[in-house]
Design a protein around this ligand. Structure first.
Ligand SMILES: CCCCCCCC/C=C\CCCCCCCC(=O)N[C@@H](CO)[C@H](O)/C=C/CCCCCCCCCCCCC
Ligand SMILES: O=c1ccn([C@@H]2O[C@H](COP(=O)(O)OP(=O)(O)O[C@H]3OC[C@@H](O)[C@H](O)[C@H]3O)[C@@H](O)[C@H]2O)c(=O)[nH]1
Length: 405
């Protein structure tokens, strides 16, 4: 009786694993098809210049890196008739001030302003940094663009092109500009494979997978859900803004070009800290992912499905696992080429090493996300609660001086 019970249980488990395995492959296929169809597609008809709406670009900055100046410069050279750039820094000691001031001097014809000092509207440091610029924005279309983002001259017009009347938020899928060093390759492979797969497939089927690195939103829609400051109680304000905009009946769509992260800091250690922070956010906001996210990882899924295929169909586990690995690698390689819109910008060997490293380390990153009881983001430390709300644990000294209500 007990043996029969164990056998039925194991059979059901194996069947569930095989179904999960097919779901994972459908995510690969959907992301490749959607990526091919959507990314870099020619936008027609182009909106005539005189009809393009005004846009306020908010750039929340903290500190400098070696690429900051050249990245920010790309915002001054947009092929777009009607926009302003609103930079903000948390305090008057921030080294980014010098960089911004020198660019404003070099481009006197571009409408650009700098806001120094936070306004404390809640725990989220990014929102506190942006809020004054947001309130001063003169246009109703707002781009929020993180410090390390670089634009091509047409990025702004491409994003605006996607802002149809039924769209409340346009997000650029996170990707990277090509930079030197293995750390840069590792990041580029992460964003061009695992992140792109989930982001593209989620957007293809209407699942909220929004990141706030580079996004364009309608201020009137955001105001109906409380404005920017309403999201300061969350750390993942990007996810909750997208959710609120969708709840108003507006679409959230992907821009046709990805966001080019081009920070001068390509350290793998720093990148891992960021991935752990993101994993913590996902765990707290979407607890179902505690179970599903590891199952979407190549090695773990390959391992358990090899057992299931052996149990159900007597297939050699080693042959199954190696075939699974090879197919997964090929799908990721194809997807990477689609996201990159061209050949690999580094050697195939480097791609393979970076891919293997990422795949092998991802369970460890997820585990770290489970083990840490607080979140560190820039110079702030937070306690993250179930549901995604945060409590500030450590406020940097500088802010105590500069906080104004
Ligand atoms: C049985 C196998 C099922 C496999 C399911 C795979 C589930 C994959 C789960 C998670 C991976 C998401 C990785 C996306 C990276 C998000 C980066 C991030 O954390 N960003 C935060 C900071 O900017 C942001 O606040 C968080 C956003 C939440 C993202 C939620 C993602 C859900 C994606 C689900 C994709 C499934 C698509 C299904 C399509 C058929
Ligand atoms: O305390 C802070 C933290 C961050 N920021 C700004 O916020 C932007 C994003 O910061 P980082 O580059 O450190 O972080 P990430 O790339 O991880 O951010 C991403 O994930 C977390 C989300 O909440 C962000 O919206 C998203 O952009 C930068 O422009 C940074 O200058 C602040 O202004 N204050």
């Amino acid at each position: 009786m007990t043996v029969e019970f164990v056998f039925v249980g194991a059979t059901l488990l194996a069947v569930a694993i095989i179904i999960g395995w097919f779901v994972s492959w459908s995510i690969h296929i959907v992301s490749i098809c959607f990526g091919l169809h959507h990314l870099y597609k020619k936008l027609e008809p182009m909106i005539p210049a005189e009809e393009l709406p005004g846009v306020s670009i908010i750039k929340p900055l903290i500190g400098v890196d070696t690429n900051l100046k050249s990245n920010l410069e790309t915002f001054f050279t947009q092929k777009y008739p009607n926009y302003e750039i609103l930079f903000s820094v948390p305090d008057d000691n921030d080294p980014a001030i010098l960089v911004v001031k020198s660019l404003i001097e070099s481009y006197p014809k571009v409408d650009a302003k700098l806001f120094i000092g936070l306004r404390n509207v809640g725990p989220n440091g990014k929102i506190n940094n942006m809020i004054r610029a947001y309130e001063a924005a003169k246009y109703d279309n707002i781009v929020i663009s993180d410090t390390g983002i670089k634009m091509t001259i047409t990025t702004l017009s491409e994003m605006v092109h996607c802002l149809k009347p039924d769209v409340g938020l346009v997000i650029q899928m996170p990707y990277c500009a090509t930079r030197k060093g293995f750390g840069a390759i590792y990041q580029q492979v992460y964003f061009g494979t695992m992140q792109a797969r989930n982001c593209l497939s989620a957007n293809a089927v209407g699942v909220n997978c929004s990141t706030g690195m580079s996004s364009l939103l309608r201020r009137d829609v955001l105001e109906t859900v409380g404005g920017l400051q309403a999201f300061s109680k969350y750390l993942a304000e990007d996810h909750f803004i997208a959710k609120a905009i969708r709840s108003q009946g507006y679409k959230v769509v992907l821009a046709t070009t990805p966001a080019l992260q081009n920070s001068g800091n390509c350290s793998i250690t720093e990148f891992h800290k960021r991935l752990v922070r993101w994993a913590q956010l996902r765990i707290s906001m979407l607890p179902l992912l505690i179970f599903f996210e590891p199952l979407g990882e190549c090695f773990l899924l390959g391992g358990i499905t090899s057992w299931a295929a052996n149990f159900l169909f007597d297939i050699s586990p080693l042959a199954f696992f190696l075939s699974h690995l090879l197919l997964w690698f090929l799908c990721d390689y194809i997807l990477f080429r689609i996201v990159e819109n061209g050949p690999l910008p580094f050697s195939k060997f480097e791609f393979l090493v970076a891919w293997l490293l990422r795949e092998m380390l991802s369970p460890y990153i997820i585990l770290l996300g489970h083990l840490q009881d607080h979140v560190v983001w820039r110079n702030r430390k937070y306690k993250l609660k179930w549901g995604g709300e945060i409590e500030l644990k450590v406020l940097p000294n500088l802010e105590l001086v500069n906080v104004s209500m």
